[in-house]
Design a protein around this ligand. Structure first.
Ligand code: MN
Length: 350
């Protein structure tokens, strides 16, 4: 089916792209047995498998032009915010990781220049080199016009609450651009029981990995150090909204009993940061009960539409969002105004 145009623009906020050069290096890594266990599981499926599903995926992910725009027209999507696919470039050695992050940013910027009404983009970085990442983020935003930065969860098993990433947070805050915390397959420390049950990928492991990463970031106090810093998270917050009550409850108990004395004190209950510093996108979660619940917990002004193309590319999922029991103004916010605000987009309003 195709979806008819609406009174609002449909902006999809978490849409994956990879230059062919990155896919070629993923293939090389698979063939050499490099990368981590999650990468091998996920990308051997997409790259070493000749089903019609994976062949279609491969033809879609490397395109940032006419091929993709034809799909967007068919799916009823006006505008995509492009970002480098998971797991990004962090699993490559230096200097290759730096070269491929830079190449990705050039390609995304070129797509945006050619089709400014159809595409915006987020910067790729290579977080095993924080100095490079900070410079590249600044260049991508100030010179290439990209509107934020994507981090595909752990970087070689390291999480963003580690003090060595402080300059990265400081730079995003200084540039006033959001950080999109996108899933990755769980790190090698975490993946064991998920892998042997086939739960390591988007089915569940992404949320285990990324939900845990999100809560570690919140508990690190980074949003107290940079109160204006904004984080965007897909999949309706990787289950964190559902856990909000219990997290707040036991966080308060732990604080009262002094159980984790080295952890920084937070200025507000952990779940409150969902309302002040975190935006949730509906990527891959086209399901009305979950969307309505996330809106209730985090605030309707914090929930944005995303498709998760080309991992998910289904017009029926757009229709689920169009059929939500919310007003036309709220729908315009979900599809258009929220993304325009958080990413600072300047595309023409329909
Ligand atoms: Mn995604």
């Amino acid at each position: 089916m195709s979806v008819p145009p609406a009174a609002h623009r449909r902006i999809a906020a978490e849409e994956a792209y990879a230059p062919q050069e990155v896919i070629d290096e993923y293939l090389r890594l698979l063939e050499s047995g490099g990368g981590d266990r999650g990468f091998e599981s996920l990308w051997s499926y997409y790259l070493l498998n000749d089903s019609p599903h994976t062949a279609l995926f491969r033809s879609r992910i490397t395109d940032a032009g006419d091929r993709r725009i034809a799909d967007m027209d068919e799916l009823g999507i006006d505008h995509q915010v492009l970002s480098l696919t998971t797991p990004g470039v962090e699993l490559f050695d230096l200097p290759l990781a730096r070269e491929l992050a830079t190449l990705t940013n050039e390609r995304i910027a070129e797509a945006v220049r050619r089709h400014p009404d159809r595409f915006s983009g987020l910067a790729a970085v290579a977080l095993q080199d924080v100095d490079f990442s900070v410079r590249e983020l600044r260049r991508a935003v100030t010179e290439l016009g990209l509107r934020g930065v994507i981090v595909n969860s752990h970087s070689r098993g390291e999480y963003l609450d580690d003090p060595r990433f402080e300059e990265f947070w400081a730079t995003a805050a200084d540039l006033r651009v959001p950080v999109y915390l996108h899933p990755n397959t769980p790190s090698d420390q975490l993946i064991g029981p998920l892998l042997d049950s086939g739960l390591d990928g988007a089915i569940f492991g992404f949320a285990v990995e990324t939900g845990m990463h999100l809560i570690r970031i919140i508990f690190s106090g980074v949003f107290d150090r940079y109160p204006d810093l904004q984080l965007v998270v897909g999949h309706l917050g990787e289950a964190l909204p559902f856990w909000a009550f219990r997290v707040d409850h036991f966080h308060a108990v732990q604080e009262r009993t002094g159980r984790y004395p080295l952890r920084p004190a937070l200025r507000q209950p952990p779940s409150q940061y969902l309302r002040t510093n975190v935006w949730l996108t509906t990527s891959g979660m086209a399901w009305a009960p979950a969307i309505m619940f996330a809106r209730e917990v985090a605030g309707s002004d914090r929930v944005l539409y995303a498709m998760d193309y080309p991992f998910q590319a289904d017009a029926n999922e757009v229709k689920v969002h169009e059929d939500l029991p919310i007003s036309p103004e709220e729908k315009r916010y979900l599809f258009e105004e929220g993304s325009t605000r958080v990413f600072g987009l300047s595309i023409t309003r329909r």
